[in-house]
Design a protein around this ligand. Structure first.
Ligand SMILES: Nc1ncnc2c1ncn2[C@@H]1O[C@H](COP(=O)(O)OP(=O)(O)OP(=O)(O)O)[C@@H](O)[C@H]1O
Ligand SMILES: [Mg+2]
Length: 268
């Protein structure tokens, strides 16, 4: 376990050196007119978002559980100096993308907290449809081509941006573990300077896609579906994640018999 911790710390330190080296003495974000402000804006339809279970855009009872998760997450990230969070699950359909989007909207309601969501569930991209984003976007294809094109990252309001794909990719694990992919994501982070990057990844127990990318994140949240995910699946997924990154906890989603505020837990 100590060796894993030490390897993770080294990888993180190397990434930080790279980001700092590329961007020394960066100015205050509020005074900026840089690449983040230059991202094309995506206008969303509140009715569509509600039908997609995106409920954390505005404060209120429906957003409360995501706001609690946001507060716990921010505390952990700030304490450790982390920025990159993987969101995954043992099996498909547990609610990773729904949780990712809601958490992102909740975080982005905080002033001066810039949030970038990168969709890397390359077999089943769904955020475009979930958000009701019209025009096609091909962030994964851009990664495969090894170039940066900011037209595949769209901003929603002042603090939030999504890098998404309309179509599934071929060879996801190869793409996710490629050094070039890591370099592109580092460069995007350097240019856009988000405070938090949320990665919507594939489920852990059905392919090695998510595991292939875990070296690039600081920590991971596991989403489990109440009455669907088994304890054995949670344990196996947790062990697989813990070999590669820090596991923050399990988000219990789809709880029918709890109050909304209680339905998402985040034990650290
Ligand atoms: N809390 C919830 N209660 C009821 N249904 C939910 C909840 N969260 C998500 N869902 C629904 O479950 C389905 C799967 O959700 P989502 O796409 O977020 O899961 P996923 O883990 O990202 O799936 P995949 O592995 O296919 O990418 C969607 O129809 C979504 O609307
Ligand atoms: Mg998904």
């Amino acid at each position: 376990m100590e060796r894993i911790q030490s390897a993770l710390a080294k990888a993180r330190a190397a990434r930080e050196r790279k980001l700092q080296g590329a961007n020394p003495g960066t100015p205050m974000k509020s005074a900026e007119t840089g690449p983040w402000q230059g991202l094309a804006e995506l206008k969303l339809n509140p009715g569509h978002l509600e039908r997609s279970r995106i409920v954390a855009i505005n404060p209120g009872p429906s957003a409360a559980s995501f706001d609690v998760m946001r507060t716990n997450l921010l505390r952990t990230l700030r304490t450790n100096g982390w920025t990159r969070v993987a969101i995954t699950s043992p099996t498909p359909g547990c609610g990773k993308s729904t949780v990712t989007a809601n958490l992102a909207f909740s975080l982005a309601r905080l002033a001066d907290t810039r949030v970038l969501v990168i969709e890397l569930d390359l077999r089943h991209p769904s955020l475009m449809e979930m958000l009701g984003a019209g025009a096609e976007q091909h962030f994964a294809q851009m990664l495969a081509e090894g170039r940066i094109d900011y037209s595949h990252i769209r901003r929603v309001g002042p603090n939030l941006a999504f890098a998404m794909s309309t179509r599934a990719s071929e060879n996801p694990a190869e793409l996710l573990s490629a050094a070039r992919t890591a370099d592109i994501i580092d460069e995007i982070e350097t240019q856009l300077r988000p405070d938090i990057v949320l990665f919507d990844l594939s489920p852990v127990l059905v392919s090695d896609d998510a595991i292939s990318f875990l070296d690039q994140v600081d920590c991971a949240l596991m989403v489990a579906a109440a009455e669907e995910t088994t304890v054995a699946e949670i344990e196996k997924c947790g062990k697989d994640l813990a070999k590669r990154t820090q596991v923050l906890g399990v988000v219990l989603n789809k709880c029918r018999y709890m109050e909304q505020e209680e339905s998402l837990t985040y034990p650290v």
